[in-house]
Design a protein around this ligand. Structure first.
Ligand SMILES: NC(=O)c1ccc[n+]([C@@H]2O[C@H](COP(=O)([O-])OP(=O)(O)OC[C@H]3O[C@@H](n4cnc5c(N)ncnc54)[C@H](OP(=O)(O)O)[C@@H]3O)[C@@H](O)[C@H]2O)c1
Length: 275
């Protein structure tokens, strides 16, 4: 199994449970030091000896490519890919690839990572792709001609975050359609409102977010749906669905538009250099 964003929050708790369940697990964190530290903690808490640490700054497409090259060199197959890493940048900035940062990390990175790992996932079938999206996708607006949407970051970057998660949900459905019959499933999920560091990025803990955090769930509970989709026999063969609290539910109407999903796929192939 391969899991991104294991250095904190939902990703770390997901990693502990996957390792405890006996998975041969590779975690991906932003840099080598963070990844080594996370690996140690995940092994200690899970009792597993089969956790491997890799690193990549997932905002950079060339880092995603390097990661896949290194992972593929020692892993001929992959059974589960959990695209968990994500965050919200409050202000506009572009990556070295000329992409708005939130879109780059939350959408283009998992798009490229998943596509490059497809041969391994197909070889490992039955296999699963699990994309950690968000209910925020429901307010996302997507203009295929302007995916950076410089003028539309929203308060605290929320518009960009919602857009990136809408793109991720659209991508998951399109991936499921394209993989039909190949033994690779693809599902996305909302983890709930989870007390993690992600809320600090939107401008720090304000009195409002501090108050809201009292009503949030902890990261262990927030990891449940990711773990369920990665491992449960109940979802063997289930694909092209959106989950919350380990239950299938409806994502927004726009996110289910197959024409938009197909066009986004083609734009994304061009943008990430896959075309
Ligand atoms: N918390 C919520 O209420 C909530 C709700 C809906 C969806 N989600 C989604 O859940 C996922 C996990 O978030 P979280 O809440 O657990 O937040 P978190 O504690 O901030 O974890 C985010 C993870 O992503 C990693 N990451 C960020 N930028 C990266 C980069 N450039 N390269 C590599 N790794 C990077 C972080 O690594 P560093 O430690 O290096 O920053 C961290 O491990 C995200 O996709 C988020 O959008 C969360």
């Amino acid at each position: 199994m391969l899991l991104t964003g294991a250095s904190s929050g939902i990703g770390k708790e997901t990693a502990v449970e996957l390792a405890r369940g006996g998975a041969e697990l590779t975690i991906v964190c932003r840099d080598a030091e963070k990844s080594a530290r996370a690996r140690e903690e995940i092994m200690r808490r899970s009792g597993s000896r089969s956790v491997h640490a890799m690193w990549a700054d997932l905002e950079r497409l060339r880092e995603v490519r390097r990661l896949v090259a290194e992972f593929s060199a020692s892993n001929p197959v992959l059974h589960v890919l959990v695209n968990n890493a994500g965050r919200d940048y409050p202000t506009y900035a572009e990556t070295e690839d000329g992409l708005e940062r939130t879109m780059a990390l939350n959408y283009f990175s998992p798009f490229l990572l998943t596509n490059l790992l497809l041969p391994l996932l197909e070889r490992g079938a039955p296999s699963r792709v699990v994309n950690v999206a968000s209910v925020a996708h429901a307010s996302g607006r997507l203009d295929l001609q302007d995916l950076n949407a410089r003028g539309d970051m929203g308060t605290g970057g929320l518009a960009a975050y919602s857009r990136s998660k809408l793109a991720l949900v659209l991508f998951t459905y399109e991936l499921a359609r394209r993989l039909a019959g190949k033994g690779v499933t693809a599902n996305s999920l909302h983890p709930g409102a989870v007390r993690t560091r992600i809320w600090q990025h939107t401008g720090g803990f304000t009195p409002l977010t501090t108050l809201a955090s009292l009503f949030m769930i902890g990261p262990k509970r927030g990891a449940r749906t990711s773990i369920y989709l990665a491992t449960s026999p109940e979802v063997e063969g289930v694909t092209g669905q959106y989950f919350y609290k380990c239950q299938r539910c409806h994502s927004s109407r726009v996110s289910q538009d197959p024409v938009l999903a197909g066009k986004l796929w083609e734009r994304s192939r061009t943008i990430t250099g896959l075309a």
